[in-house]
Design a protein around this ligand. Structure first.
Ligand code: FAD
Ligand code: NAP
Length: 543
């Protein structure tokens, strides 16, 4: 083995926030030989791919960023409360340049397979372009939301206009003055609708499920707020690490039904006026995502706003969400107001499904032909494991990751899988439900410490045990049982993809609890992992 060392100590897959930070930590802090790869033509991951009109963060900008770069932390990114796609990409570019990472990022290079050699504890990684490389460790920062989902609708490929998915929006595509149709009204679709309604000649919204959407309260950051942030950013971040979703505020401890109906409405109204979906769901009351009665109170408040805002009663009726308010919460500038515009039409697919897509546009069951220049799919992602399953990943004994996950994706801590030694996922299935940047930093910091421990101890082969993976996955399942998020189909539980096994793919006990658990595991000598020399591990991790 010493005669034939791997070319790299570590390969990082992905150049989004996770990959950028992993490259920085492993190369600049541990001094390892690292190369990062991305199939994209630029860095930024999500923020490189999702260039559709209206794309921006819905986490507040102050906490949607890296916290590790203390020098710039006091300066907001961009000018607004939320970060526009272009500003976010520029920010990530600036981080890459500042930490001199660009020279070790290879773009336009997809990784299509990797296999683990037990004798040497080395991964062989192959690119779609035919290159083969070896590395001791692989950090796969593939993105939980990076594999776009296109529904299979009859006639889809016959459309003669421009047909696009928001997650692969072409840089040259403009919709100004055009007849645009959009399928999908999730976080992406609603953002797109707010922006496109102001520039498209005509916008037809094909809505399957009506959404609970609250205002985001977006506005320019004032000079006073900038000064205040400069003074207080460390305090804000101190609060992030000990909160439930790491979104820059402390979640409420007050159950919704413990106050009067009048007081509830006052609190909801205050949150509505302030804006932000996470605040509306979690800063108002403690149990909206758990208690059906609390959930219904929040849901009914939002429905009352739809009635108030949308002028045409028939449109308001179609936009009225029903059922639990239990998907990832959505907020936007002026979603419901968009439907008061003369150039916006709403088709409720539950009442009037798409019959087929034709060369000219979309035909619905009522026989109406919706002629379009651009047809946009904002139909989401095959989240978490979708990207992994596209790759040929073979672990110990040649087992394929897609077979390992045949009964549903899981992991130990959202980070590692038994039989896949030395492969560490950033935001893999079973990861913490949080505002992502602090979750990503938490994981990458921890993975870095684990690798350092293994190298320093001359036990470079690291594998999660079968028992640890099983226990963590069932812990996630048990916690999920108490959450209404498991009761409504969405990408959070795999229910958005036909045929996908349903399982809440998050650890929903919160960021603070997750960090505590990671601390305990590390403190106990990386409990649940076996560290050893290749082929000489002290114990076989599987039965
Ligand atoms: P990504 O940014 O998805 O990066 C993964 C990279 O891996 C991609 O560039 C991809 O090309 C690459 N890759 C994947 N497979 C391969 C392969 N086989 N070979 C080579 N490269 C590969 N989260 C929040 O918390 N708050 C928000 O406000 C928020 N806004 C969002 C807005 C949009 C439009 C979307 C789509 C997501 C948003 N998210 C938000 C979630 C967002 O994905 C994360 O916040 C974060 O950007 C994820 O970073 P990442 O590095 O883990 O993954
Ligand atoms: P999504 O939440 O999964 O929404 C997909 C939409 O497409 C839903 O409205 C869905 O309808 C619809 N759809 C799917 N298949 C369909 C079909 N066959 N026919 C008609 N409609 C169909 O995906 P997303 O909006 O891209 O958001 C995914 C996640 O990305 C978000 O939850 C968030 O984490 C992140 N994101 C964040 C922001 C932000 O605000 N910063 C922006 C974009 C994305 P149903 O509801 O009926 O399934």
């Amino acid at each position: 083995m010493a005669d034939n060392p791997p070319e790299f100590d570590a390969i990082v897959i992905g150049a989004g926030m996770g990959g950028i930070y992993a490259l920085h930590k492993l190369r600049n802090e541990l001094g390892l030989r690292v190369r990062a790869f991305d199939r994209a033509g630029g860095i930024g991951g999500t923020w490189w791919w999702n260039r559709y009109p209206g794309a921006k963060s819905d986490s507040e900008g102050l906490v949607y960023r890296f916290s590790f770069d203390k020098e710039t932390l006091g300066e907001p990114i961009g000018n607004n409360r939320y970060i526009d796609q272009a500003d976010m990409q520029a920010y990530l570019e600036s981080v890459v340049d500042k930490f001199d990472l660009r020279k070790d990022i290879q773009l336009d290079t997809g990784i299509d397979g990797m296999s683990f050699d037990e004798a040497t504890a080395v991964w062989t990684v192959s690119t779609a372009e035919g290159e083969t490389l070896t590395a001791r460790y692989v950090v796969s920062a593939l993105g939980p939301l990076s594999m776009e989902y296109y529904p299979d609708i009859k006639g889809r490929d016959s459309f003669q206009g421009r047909m696009v998915h928001t997650a692969t929006w072409p840089a040259d595509l403009r919709i100004d003055g055009k007849r645009v149709g959009i399928v999908g009204t999730g976080s992406t679709g609603t953002q797109f609708i707010c922006a496109a309604s102001k520039t498209a000649g005509h916008l037809t919204v094909f809505q399957r499920t009506a959404q609970y959407c609250v205002p985001n309260g977006n506005r320019p950051i004032s000079a006073e707020e900038r000064a205040e942030y400069r003074a207080n950013h460390q305090k804000i971040w101190d609060g992030v690490w000990i909160s439930y979703v790491g979104a820059g505020f402390q979640e409420s401890q007050v159950p919704a039904m413990s106050v009067s109906a009048e007081e509830r409405r006052r609190i909801f109204q205050k949150a509505w006026d302030k804006g932000n979906a996470f605040r509306f769901m979690l800063e108002t009351f403690s149990d909206i995502a758990r208690d059906p009665a609390a959930n219904e109170a929040a849901a009914e408040f939002i429905r009352s706003k739809v009635r108030e805002i949308v002028k045409d009663p028939e449109t308001a009726r179609k936009l009225m969400p029903t059922g639990y308010y239990a998907r990832r919460p959505i907020s936007n500038e002026d979603y419901y107001e968009s439907f008061n515009r003369d150039n916006v039409a709403l088709v409720s697919l539950k009442e009037n499904p798409i019959r087929e897509i034709t060369p000219n546009g979309v035909v619905t069951e009522d026989g109406a032909e919706h002629d379009l220049d651009v047809l946009v799919f904002a139909t989401g992602f095959d989240a978490f494991d979708g990207t992994y399953k596209k790759m040929e990943i073979r672990g110990r004994g040649g087992v394929a990751l897609r077979d390992h996950w045949k009964d549903g994706a899981g992991s130990y801590l959202g980070i590692a899988c038994n039989r896949f030694p030395n492969m560490f996922m950033v935001f893999g299935p079973g990861t913490v439900f949080s505002n992502l940047p602090p979750g990503i930093e938490t994981q990458v910091d921890w993975i870095t410490s684990l690798i350092k421990t293994a190298i320093d101890g001359d036990k470079p082969c690291i594998e999660a045990t079968e028992d640890a993976e099983r226990t963590w996955t069932s812990t996630c399942d048990e916690i999920a049982e108490h959450s209404l998020f498991s009761k409504v189909d969405s990408f959070i539980n795999g229910g958005n993809i036909p045929g996908k096994k349903k399982r809440l793919l998050f650890y929903v006990a919160g960021l603070a609890a997750y960090r505590q658990k990671l601390g305990e595991v590390a403190g106990a000598g990386y409990d649940g992992f076996v560290l050893g020399a290749p082929m000489q591990r002290e114990e076989q991790p599987t039965a």
